[in-house]
Design a protein around this ligand. Sequence first.
Ligand SMILES: Nc1ncnc2c1ncn2[C@@H]1O[C@H](COP(=O)(O)OP(=O)(O)OP(=O)(O)O)[C@@H](O)[C@H]1O
Length: 336
Amino acid sequence: MHHHYGKRHILRGVSLQAEPGEVLCLLGPSGSGKTTLLRIAAGIETQTSGRLVLNEREISGPDLSLPPEKRGIGLMFQDFALFPHLTIIDNVRFGLTQLSRKDGRGEAMVALERVGMAHHAMSYPHLLSGGEQQRVALARALAPRPGVLLMDEPFSGLDSRLKDAVRIETLAILREARATAIVVTHDAEEAMRLGDRIALLRNGQLVQTGTAEDLYHRPADLFAAGFFSEINVFASEVHDGMAMTPLGPVKSPDIAERAAVSVAVRHSGVGVVEAGKGSPARIVARRFLGMEEHVTLAVPDGGDRVEARVRAGDVPAGAREVGLVVNEKDILVFES
Ligand SMILES: Nc1ncnc2c1ncn2[C@@H]1O[C@H](COP(=O)(O)OP(=O)(O)OP(=O)(O)O)[C@@H](O)[C@H]1O
């Protein structure tokens, strides 16, 4: 699928499939095209070229494009906020116009009960907190029992504690409804918590699709590695199957001799030990983060700084000259 806005090529050859009942997260930085892809799936936008197929039936292509309401897809988009002048139950009933008034009310109440908001049925949106409004929006999207639900940053307005709770509830509801969900997020951790699979986008192109484990442990490139963990990056060259870095030599099998490489080392994979062990380094800054501590270190040769994330208390207060050790699992080598 391709999409242009004017002369700008926004989606470039994206090909993606959500399996029935799965939660697929579209992940990527701002401007990578996630929302555009979701709007095309919803039918709010029509792609420049390419086809959309739902349950083996084409819903959009060169010859036809079903409008959003004929696609049998539930939408939870930020710009589809609740109607302020309607009660909560009427907001949820909004997508149930095919049903009689009585049946519509019944279904709306079932949906509100599922998100724990039935007791607010006669209230109005402005009387609810942000998290409560979000749950009502979820009830409204789920009430027509869509087979597919498209959600754009559904938890972005919530503070972090509420976000966890609403996210867990949402996942439970999606599982119970056996709905297929495509969820847009720019937050890798959220994608890992929520998604059965993750599709990572950059500049309108699909970088990698897979489970959280695939993307974290086997990132396709340096960009994917940096999106899933905080990393140190060292430029190097391969000699005798090894790349030299400020943290010592790193095995670079399957990469051609003399090839330029980027060596990524996760901050969490760098251990700070007593001087004399590991490779020598000097602490230049440290920041206490509760359970963990972020330590910035200088290494003797070269201007590279090394960042480490260690368990708080592991590095004695006042330590200056130290040693660095690296966990091999946290080293990734990419051809530049
Ligand atoms: N209606 C439009 N007209 C022109 N350009 C647009 C339009 N909508 C989006 N764009 C551009 O398309 C690109 C992709 O936007 P999109 O909203 O899909 O990205 P995104 O990954 O969802 O970003 P964010 O996380 O910031 O919402 C951006 O560069 C944006 O400026």
